[in-house]
Design a protein around this ligand. Structure first.
Ligand code: HEM
Ligand code: HEM
Length: 192
């Protein structure tokens, strides 16, 4: 759905930045966790599980809000292939934000490990214990994390291209918004 405002809904903008910080933290916590042992490993894993499940809950809140409030139209002069790439990459980002926590949860279930959120609170297993499946999901968690990281780097490059080179208001639509910045969408084009 397209939106009349040139900006994303304020709640979507807040969720975008909150979740961007959480996902980036999770990627680094994950890599840090598997590169260490001892108490640091235990502490990082104790942070990794609940933060990952929080991302899953936030994406379940964000998706209906996104469907209800829509997205501002991309600039008319943006080549069609770039518009398509933007839509496809956003769908993949949503899939990864929901998929990574699910794989984590499923993998611990298949490995027979408790999915602890706090010391005394655990989520139910979503798969029966199956070590071959655990091995597969453990690999999938790594591979999808690497692809997710690459996708985020491409997304960041595209956002910087809009904000610093094209200066077409796309970055502003996800940050302070046009009204707060005192800029009309037409001025975006005139700025170039
Ligand atoms: C957005 C969500 C998530 C991201 C971005 C993420 C990312 C990562 C990364 C990058 C690794 C290191 C992989 C490697 O180098 O092999 C990892 C490992 C792991 N993650 Fe996640 N993860 C997420 C959600 C979850 C959730 C929800 C759980 C469990 C409930 C979980 C459980 C684990 C476990 C158990 C490991 C491996 C620890 C080990 O083998 O020692 N992850 N994660
Ligand atoms: C780190 C710096 C980041 C910047 C500067 C940034 C910037 C932006 C901008 C400008 C948009 C609007 C693009 C458009 O309408 O075409 C956007 C959308 C989006 N971003 Fe980011 N982003 C960042 C990180 C992330 C991260 C880490 C994630 C997720 C893991 C993410 C997920 C998304 C998604 C899913 C959308 C589509 C929004 C929607 O249509 O609901 N972003 N981002």
């Amino acid at each position: 759905m397209s939106r009349h405002s040139p900006d994303f809904h304020p709640a979507l903008r807040a969720l975008h930045w909150l979740m961007a910080a959480a996902v980036l933290a999770m990627l680094f916590i994950g890599v840090g966790m598997v590169s260490t042992t001892g108490t640091a490993y235990v502490t990082l894993l104790a942070l990794h599980r609940p933060l990952g499940i929080a991302i899953l809950l936030l994406v379940l809140l964000r998706l209906p809000l996104r469907i209800m409030t829509g997205a501002p139209a991309l600039p008319d002069d943006l080549p069609r292939i770039q518009k398509r790439a933007a839509v496809a990459s956003h769908i993949l980002l949503y899939l990864a934000m929901a998929g990574m926590p699910f794989i984590g949860w499923a993998m611990l279930s298949a490995g027979g490990y408790p999915v602890l959120l706090t010391k005394s609170m655990a989520l139910p297993a979503i798969l029966p214990r199956d070590l071959a499946l655990y091995a597969f999901l453990r690999q999938a968690h790594t591979v999808v994390a690497l692809l997710f990281f690459a996708l985020i780097l491409a997304h960041l490059s595209a956002a910087l291209m809009h904000g610093l080179i094209r200066r077409d208001g796309v970055l502003r639509s996800m940050t302070v918004g046009h009204r707060r910045a005192g800029v009309s969408p037409k001025q975006d084009d005139a700025d170039d």
